[in-house]
Design a binder for this molecule. Sequence first.
Ligand code: SF4
Length: 394
Amino acid sequence: MPDTDRPDLTSLAAAGPIAADGRLPLIGLDKAEMTALAVDMGEKPYRGTQLFQWIYSKGARTFEDMTDVSKEFRTRLADTFTLERPKIAQEQLSEDGTRKWLHAFADGQKAEAVLIPEDDRGTLCISSQVGCTLTCRFCHTGTQRLVRNLTPGEILAQIMVARDALGEWPTPKDDSRRLTNIVLMGMGEPLYNFESVKKAMQIVMTGDGISVSRHRITLSTSGVVPEIARCGEELRVNLAISLHAANDDVRSQIMPINKKYPLKELMEACRTYPGVSNARRITFEYVMLKDINDSEADARALVALVKDVHCKFNLIPFNPWPGTPYECSDRKTIERFQEVMTSAGLTCPIRTPRGRDILAACGQLKTDSEKLSAKERRVQAEEAWAEKEAQLVL
Ligand code: SF4
C-alpha cells in the first residue's frame, strides 16, 4: 500500500474492537475523523462527509453500497475497514411488542438493547457498559461485574441494529420515524463512561446522520454527582435520575452510591443542571418496592425533597428478576403514593411495565444465561455485591 493509502489509525483504536479478520471498525468515527481518514488515504476531504452520510444516514452495510464513491477507494476502504454490526446473540419479542437484542461485540462481550414501541413513539433503551460497577439492589445488571466500557461504535451500533430491524434507512423524516427516542438506561452507568457516551450521542445528533434531536435523548444516571453538570454543558440532553428513595438511609441501603454522593449533593446538582427549566424538567425514576420506599410518609418526604427542583416523576412498578430480594408494591399502595405526589402538584405517571415476559423491563437486563435456582441466584447476587463494594470503596 503506498503511503497515501495508509490512514492514521490512532483515532480508530478507540472506535471499537478489531474484527476477527483484522479489519478496523468505522462505526464510531465522527465526521471530522472520517474527513481526516479520507485525506490520510489521499482523497479529497468531502469524501469523509460522503462516508459519514453513507454510514449514518443511509445505513450502508458494505462499502460496495456507496455508489457515488469511486470503486478504487471503496476497494481500499474494504481492505482495511469494516461496517459490520455486532452479532445478534439473541433476539426476543415480547407479547406487548417490546423487542430485546443481546448484542455480541467483536471480542465476544455482550450487552442488551430494548426497543419499546408505543402509539406515538418508539424508544430505544441502550447500554453503555458490559455489566456495571454499581450495585443498585433492585437492578439485575447490578449483580453482574463490570467487564468493560462500551466504545462509541458499540453504543452507536445498538441504534443502527434497531434501525436495520425497522428498515429505517435512509434516516426518515421525524414524523414518519418509528425509532424516535433514545434513553441511556440499559446496562451500565453512562456517567462512568462519559467520553464514549458523549461521542456516540454527538454523532447521533448530527443532522445529516442518524439525526436524533437532543430533546429526544435522555441520559439516566444513578447519581454520579461530579459528572452531572458536564452532561448538561457538553451534551445538553435530558437528564433522568434513578432516585428511588426520599432519605439517605433508604437510598444508601438500596443504592450504595448514595454513600458517596448523598441526596443533598444530588439535589443541588439537579437544581443547577444546565438548561433545566419548567419546560425542560429532570425526570426522577422511582421504583416501587414493597415495604421499602412505598409509604405515604415516603411520598410526603419526596415532595419536600424536590420542592425547588424542576422535575417530574415516573413511578415504576418493580420488575422482579430471578433471585431478587424485593417485591413490587401492590397497586393500591402505588396509587396512594401517586395521589400524594400529584396533590402536591408533581407530574407522576405510573409507568406501564413493558417486556416483562422477556426480562426486558426496567432493571431486568443482565447478560448471563446460566440456569440457576432463585436461591442460588440470590446467593450469587449477594456475593457479587459484596465483592464489587469491597473494590469500590464508596
Ligand atoms: S441501576 Fe444502573 S447504575 Fe445501578 S446497578 Fe443497575 S445498571 Fe448499574
